[in-house]
Each structure stands twice: as C-alpha cells, then as structure tokens.
Write a protein that binds this ligand. Structure first.
Ligand code: OOG
Ligand code: NI
Length: 316
C-alpha cells in the first residue's frame, strides 16, 4: 500500500485506511507483548534512549499448533491480506516444527517512524507438526483446539487482545507437554501472542548497530542472553547475525487453580550485512534490499531455545 501523504484518489485513501488498520492491529499485539514482558520493554526503552534512536523491527514472530486449521495459515492470512508475500519454508525435524516467513509490501519503506510506525517488519510464523507427537500429547492439543470452536478464524484478533482462543489447561497437561516439546507447552499457555519482536541493529545510528556491541551493552545492563550454541548466531554465509534474550516468565492460573510460572516472550536482535554484489555502494546508498534477506535454519534452531527451561534456569 501507498504511504503518500496527500492523495485524493479513492483507491489511495482506501489503501491508507487499510494500512492504518493493519498498523493498529500490530500495535495492539505489541502492547500485549510489552505489558507481559518487562525485559523486552526495558531493552526497547534502553536502546532508544541511546542517541535518541528510532528502532526498526526486523521481524515479528509467532508460534502455532499445526492441527485442525490452527497452524501457520490461521495467522498468515492477516499478513497476506495486507500485502505480504510468502517466502521460504524452514524445517526443524528434531523439534517437529516447520516455519514460513513473509516479506512486507515494498511500498512500506516508511522512514522516520519507530517500531510499528516504522518500515513494516518481516513476519516469521512457525507451527508444531502435531501429528508427529506422542498420542498423549496429541490428545491434549486436539482437546484444546477442539474446545476453541472456530477460534482459529480469529488468530490475529486473539493476538491483538492477548487472549487464548481455548480454555486454560490443567497444570498437569502443561507439564506433560513440556516434557515432550517445550514449544507445545509454550503455545498451549501463550497461544497466538507475539513470541518476539526483533530489533534491526544495522538500522541503528549509534555503535549499537554492531550486534556484538549491542550484545555487550545488553549484558552490561544486567540482562541474560540466550547462550545456546553461543550468544551470537551466524549464518553459514556469514551475513545474518542474530542474538536474543532469555524469555521472561509470568504466573499463569491453570484451570485446576494451580498458579505456576510459565515462560512468555523474549526480544531478538538481528544484523543483516550487505550482500557481496553491493560491497562497493557507499553508506548512504545502502538500502535494506542490498542486505542479506530471509532466515537461517541453523540460527533459528538456537533462537527457539530462548523459551527453554535450560536457558531460563541458567545462571547468568
Ligand atoms: C522462533 C525462533 C526463530 C528466527 O529469527 O530465526 C527465530 C521462535 O522462537 O518461535 O525467531
Ligand atoms: Ni526471530
């Protein structure tokens, strides 16, 4: 959609109307995320306070149950309807997951805005391959998605409201799933809530644009980074660098009145380096499209661990 400020044509004003609705939806998802995840909120405030920074989001990420229409498509439809393009699939056989990522409409390179008011982010949506789980785990997941009725039709709404579309589970069911798939247990209690936002480090102005400096800055300020496979995750081509915090936890009231702490969301950082064919461009000529795009299975596999018990219980 167009971001031209003044236009009298009907189609343009319609597309602007839809863009503001879309951005409002993202803003609600972000508000739910910031209210539940004090670490993410503090880090966003901290990074933007350095040099009075504008923060661009590299991507937003969501988790889903790949069963009965509750998978990737239940959330992807919002993004596809608002101009996103489906890109590559990523597979994680050991975790029984697959993911798709979506690129934003390219008319959206809005300079000047921060966060959800800035350039529209990529979107990363994964789903649990429920058919591959044990019969007991499948039974729990199918029970709640069935009880949800047609909740899968309202995935984006649920995410924006911060509601589960199914009833709260028993604590024993959460534990059962956690023993087999931490992703499954996370999704049972967090549903379609935003799993993370990712700060685009190369679009920062200060020295924090270098992800290694940003990681040091985050640690110096007392936050714990996901150390699985090393703090910095580097793609085989050396051009996509990622790191993330360890997820915050929150007390969750299970349906049997047990209140236990469960993992919520985390924040990620991504630095995309300039592709070799654009090496000779000057700093001011470099656009996002000249940089490494997409995602990387090897990096993502480690980033998923940001909500794992191992990372949450690790000493800083
Ligand atoms: C997603 C992990 C992968 C990335 O950028 O590769 C990821 C998740 O934890 O659901 O965010
Ligand atoms: Ni991510």
């Amino acid at each position: 959609f167009s971001s031209t400020a003044i236009s009298s044509s009907k189609s343009d004003s319609q597309s602007q109307g839809s863009e503001s609705f879309f951005r409002d939806t993202l803003r609600s998802m972000e508000t739910v995320y910031l209210n539940r995840n004090p670490t993410a909120k503090s880090i966003l405030e901290l990074v933007s306070s350095v040099d009075d920074e504008q923060i661009c989001y590299d991507h937003l990420a969501f988790r889903t149950f790949g069963v009965n229409g509750y998978g990737i498509n239940s959330l992807a439809s919002l993004f596809l309807d608002y101009g996103y393009t489906q890109k590559e699939e990523l597979r994680f056989p050991a975790k029984k997951l697959k993911a798709l990522w979506f690129s934003p409409p390219n008319s959206s390179s809005q300079d000047g805005g921060s966060g959800v008011n800035g350039p529209l982010p990529r979107v990363f949506i994964s789903e649990l391959l429920v058919d591959q789980l044990s019969p007991r785990a499948q039974e729990i997941i199918r029970k709640y998605t069935k009880k949800s009725g047609s909740g899968n039709n309202y995935a984006a709404l649920a995410s924006a409201l911060g509601s589960l579309t199914w009833e709260k589970p028993l604590y024993s069911e959460f534990q059962q799933l956690a023993g087999e798939s931490e992703y499954a247990a996370w999704t049972l209690v967090n549903g379609y809530a935003l799993n993370h936002v990712t700060i685009s480090t190369h679009r920062l102005k200060s020295n924090l644009r270098n992800i290694k400096s940003l990681n040091e800055f985050i640690k110096k300020n007392g936050f714990k980074l996901n150390s699985d496979g090393g703090v910095l995750k580097v793609s085989p081509d050396g051009l996509l660098l990622q790191s993330s915090t360890v997820a915050d936890s929150m007390p969750f009231s299970f349906s049997d009145c047990v209140v236990e702490s469960v993992p919520c969301s985390y924040i990620e950082f991504a630095e995309r380096l300039v592709l070799p064919q654009y090496k000779n461009l000057s700093e001011s000529e470099i656009k996002e499209s000249h940089r490494r795009d997409g995602f990387e299975v090897g990096n993502a596999d480690k980033i998923f661990e940001s909500t794992s018990k191992e990372q949450l219980t690790r000493r800083a």
